[in-house]
Design a protein around this ligand. Sequence first.
Ligand code: IP8
Length: 264
Amino acid sequence: MTGDDSVRNVDGAAPPVVLKLGGSLITEKGRPETLDDAALSAACDAVADALAAGAADRLVVVHGGGSFGHHHASEHGVSTTDGTRDAEAVAAIHGAMKRLNAHVLERLRERGVPAVPVHPLSLAARADGADGGLDLPLGSTVTLLGEGLVPVLHGDGVATAGDGVTVVSGDELVVELATGLGARRVGVCSTVPGVLDGAGDVISEIDEFAAVADALGASDATDVSGGMAAKVRELLALDAPAYVFGADGLAPFLRGEDAGTRID
Ligand code: IP8
């Protein structure tokens, strides 16, 4: 896929934009199930303004867990690699994510954004276990987009062969959606203004991992530390240009401009 708007994707329509709103941006991470109301409202304003202006029509939103999902996941010892077969634990994690999702949807809808939920627990699976890939059927997301709606997915529990239910992160969903939908652009909005170098300055552009491995504190060959280095690696592997930016970068990104760090 390319950034060329004239290119059509699998459903014959213009490729969508995939936007992740980080859990640390839209919630207060230290306080269980607490929204960062101002940050969430500002993000929803930016999305509504962009849609009203005709920018970013065909938009898929993904949000993270912040103080909703992570709080319950850690209470029950569940992570992307450690699963549970305890239905109460699954209900607690999924229920918290649905509550956060409902807040995001409500704020988008009250600004005129036709946002509808897509819950990954009901769709996705890791059929080969926690180490295997994510199978995320895209039929509902593609169809909702085609109907002029804005699908809003979220980090969630995911059925995992041999491990019960593990966590699927918003970042993993972004990669699956961007690849499967042939996204035009990908944006990751969080509390940091971009990918930072060793001196704490935003790196404006990354086109190969080796060039920034030292600054990110990761070796080129191995990256068990996860975090930003892993995120950069995954975004580099996408065909679409990806941007990592803070709250101030959201409006420019949705207008089609560069914001934060461009990873391509
Ligand atoms: O905040 C995790 O999503 P993330 C969601 O994108 C849960 O890592 C259920 C903890």
